[in-house]
Every structure is written in structure tokens, then in C-alpha cells.
Design a protein around this ligand. Structure first.
Ligand code: UGA
Ligand code: MN
Length: 253
């Protein structure tokens, strides 16, 4: 089965570094189709070029998050959901391209700044419904994970709202393409309460705990980390700009 990796991305100074790192990971994974969705009105030259040169099978899309839904520079990052419209654009693409979409494929929402073990992709490839696994360095703890009893998920080990139906980060699950196709209106919602994007999507897909396929050695292994790229320190660049000096990256992508 093909793994469709859905990655929202937005133009910030660290974007190219994040995408290079992620593309280098994905290059090691066979039978993978990368759906990269820019949070922008138009596809950028930077991302277009990166994808063309990547050697990966990809689809490049773009949809802008409207300004009123966008995080402002001073806002804490949990204030607005990120990547929502972009992931939905990828879901629509899957539904609209049935003739080329592997109907037994797997869809994984892989943000551009996380760290992915290659083993993770091996684990997810045979998912029939929804696969789940632990995520490292997330939610203020070392690991958040599904609670497993007798090979079934019974709940969630996370300090924050373990009562959520699916108390997992975006990085902690993948779904079979059939779920996306059989639930044509299921999508991420900008209305979701903070921390409920994942739960709200899986609920719309009619998923229950019984459907969950336990991966990563009964959820005892961390194969993905919710690492976050530090904001680039460009203090000096700004001072230089104020002094009328040329930017250090003139003529450089
Ligand atoms: C956490 C989760 O891991 C995300 O999957 C979830 O979307 C997010 O919270 C949320 O609550 O919305 P976090 O590391 O805080 O993620 O978020 P980012 O990595 O900053 O953003 C998630 C993805 O959306 C990234 O791929 C990023 O490039 C993209 N993004 C971010 C946009 O497309 N537009 C933006 O304005 C910001
Ligand atoms: Mn992130």
C-alpha cells in the first residue's frame, strides 16, 4: 500500500530547513506519495523547486488560512489551530483523484517540524482502519500514548484531557484511505476546541476505540517525536536592515 504523507507548511525563515529534513527522511521510504500543502494563496517557487529536486513522488497544493484565523506573532502557539485548511485540501485531493489513489493506502498527517523514525512508516503501512502509537516530547511530557490492554486500546496516557475520545497528537495515528473515501465530508474543523482536532476528525469517521490498531510493539516504542523547530534568531539581520545594510541572503534562497 501507498503511504500518503500530508504536510501543511508555511513560509517562515526555518521552512526550507524543515522541509529539507523531512524530505530526506521520506526519501528512505518506499511507495510514498507526499502531499505538501502550502498555507498561502499561491504555490511558492521555494517549495516548488524543493519538491521538483527532491526525487519524491509528490502533489503540491496551496490554500491560505484567512488572516482572522491566523496566529499573530505574539500569540501563544496553541491559540489557533494550524494546518487545518491545508490538511483538508489534501483530503479533498484524495477524494477527487480516485483513479490514481491507492484505495488501500494509508494517510498520515506529518507536520513539517516533527522527527520521524523510518520504522514508523513500516508500522503504518498495513493499517486497515486506524493505527495508533506513542508520540514523544509532546504535551509537556516525555511520551503520550494509547493505553493498551490485551492488545486493544482502552484509553490514553496523557496528562491533559485523557477523556478526549482520541487523546493523541496528529503525529500519533494514521488512517486507511478507505475511511477518507467512505466519509466524504469528514474533515478537520477550525471550530474544534484546542486539542480536539484529532478527536473530531476520527469521530466524524465513525471510529471507535475498538477499531484502533495498536502499533509500535503494543505502543511501547516511540517512533515519532513532536519536536518543534526553534524560531530563527534574526535580531542582527533586523538591526542591519534598520541601518540600511543589505540582507545577508540577497540572491540566496
Ligand atoms: C500541534 C500539533 O502537533 C499539530 O498537528 C496541530 O495542528 C497543532 O498543534 C494545532 O493545535 O493546530 P505545533 O507543533 O504546535 O502542533 O504546530 P506547528 O508545527 O506550528 O503547525 C502544525 C503544521 O501546520 C506544521 O506543518 C506547520 O508548518 C503548519 N502551519 C503552521 C501552517 O500551515 N500554517 C500556520 O500558520 C502555522
Ligand atoms: Mn510542530
Amino acid at each position: 500500500p501507498t503511504i500518503f504523507v500530508v504536510t501543511p507548511t508555511h513560509a517562515i525563515p526555518t521552512q526550507k530547513a524543515d522541509l529539507v529534513r523531512l524530505s530526506n527522511t521520506l526519501l528512505h521510504v518506499p511507495n510514498l506519495h507526499w502531499l505538501v500543502v502550502e498555507d498561502a494563496d499561491h504555490k511558492s517557487e521555494l517549495v516548488s523547486r524543493l519538491l521538483r529536486r527532491s526525487g519524491l513522488v509528490y502533489t503540491h497544493l496551496s490554500v491560505a488560512t484567512p488572516p482572522e484565523l491566523k496566529l499573530q506573532p505574539k500569540d501563544p502557539r496553541w491559540k489557533k489551530p494550524r494546518g487545518v485548511l491545508q490538511r483538508n485540501a489534501a483530503l479533498s485531493w484524495l477524494r477527487e483523484n480516485l483513479e490514481i489513489v491507492d484505495a488501500n493506502g494509508v494517510v498520515y498527517f506529518a507536520d513539517d517540524d516533527n522527527t520521524y523514525s523510518l520504522e514508523l512508516f513500516t508500522e503504518m503501512r498495513d493499517i486497515q482502519s486506524v493505527g495508533v502509537w506513542p508520540v514523544g516530547l509532546v504535551g509537556g511530557v516525555m511520551v503520550e500514548r494509547p493505553l493498551v490492554d490485551n492488545g486493544r486500546v482502552t484509553g490514553w496516557l496523557t496528562p491533559w484531557r485523557p477523556d478526549r475520545a482520541f487523546a493523541t497528537d496528529m503525529a500519533g495515528f494514521a488512517v486507511n484511505v478507505r475511511l477518507v473515501l467512505n466519509h466524504p465530508t469528514a474533515s478537520f474543523s477550525i471550530e474544534s476546541q484546542r486539542g480536539f482536532l484529532e478527536t473530531d476528525l476520527l469521530t466524524q469517521m465513525g471510529v471507535t476505540l475498538d477499531d484502533l490498531e495498536v502499533k509500535a510493539d503494543l505502543c511501547t516504542k516511540v517512533l515519532v517525536w513532536h519536536t518543534q523547530t526553534a524560531k530563527a534568531d534574526l535580531k542582527i539581520e533586523k538591526i542591519m536592515e534598520q541601518k540600511g545594510k543589505p540582507a545577508t541572503n540577497v540572491g540566496i534562497e
